[in-house]
Design a binder for this molecule. Structure first.
Ligand SMILES: [Zn+2]
Length: 153
């Protein structure tokens, strides 16, 4: 896995606690003054959370956001993996005409193991306060990176 990290300098600003208005660090878990949990969300993170239709990459992906962070993953399979699955399925159906239940059971287990072992995953993680960005594949996640770090779009 080729990880790459990119740092973009951005000033970290204090935000008011939603309960007591005491100024706290945006990434604080709780307010040091009143102890309330910090439910602040960076505006860009909030925008990303409500813009599922605008956040697209070449494959379906899931993403989550909390505070200043957005992270996500896309799990997918190659066309070859789909073909192999069809092949195993055909073999199961064919063998079940001749054998007991063991053939299909073994084939089913084989399908699950094969499907899991051939899963590919692309991931990203962004922090809008520190400006940090990590991804498994820069080209794949470029539209997401652009959305998060060039909010004029
Ligand atoms: Zn507070």
């Amino acid at each position: 896995m080729n990880e790459s990290t990119q740092q973009i300098a951005k000033p970290a600003q204090l935000i008011p606690c939603q309960t007591c208005q005491h100024l706290i660090g945006p990434q604080a878990e709780t307010c040091p003054q009143c102890g309330s949990p910090n439910s602040w969300m960076h505006p860009v993170v909030a925008k990303a959370m409500s813009s599922a239709d605008k956040l697209t990459v070449e494959r379906r992906f899931q993403y989550w956001g909390k505070g200043a962070e957005v992270w996500g993953e896309s799990v997918y399979h190659s066309p070859v993996a789909y073909l192999v699955m069809v092949g195993i399925l055909v073999a199961i159906l064919f063998s079940s005409l001749f054998t007991s239940i063991f053939g299909p059971a073994l084939g089913g287990v084989g399908m699950v193991i094969y499907w899991r072992s051939t899963a590919k995953k692309e991931t990203f993680r962004a922090n809008l306060v520190t400006g940090s960005w990590e991804s498994s594949n820069e080209k794949f996640w470029l539209p997401v990176h652009t959305f998060l770090f060039q909010p004029s779009n």
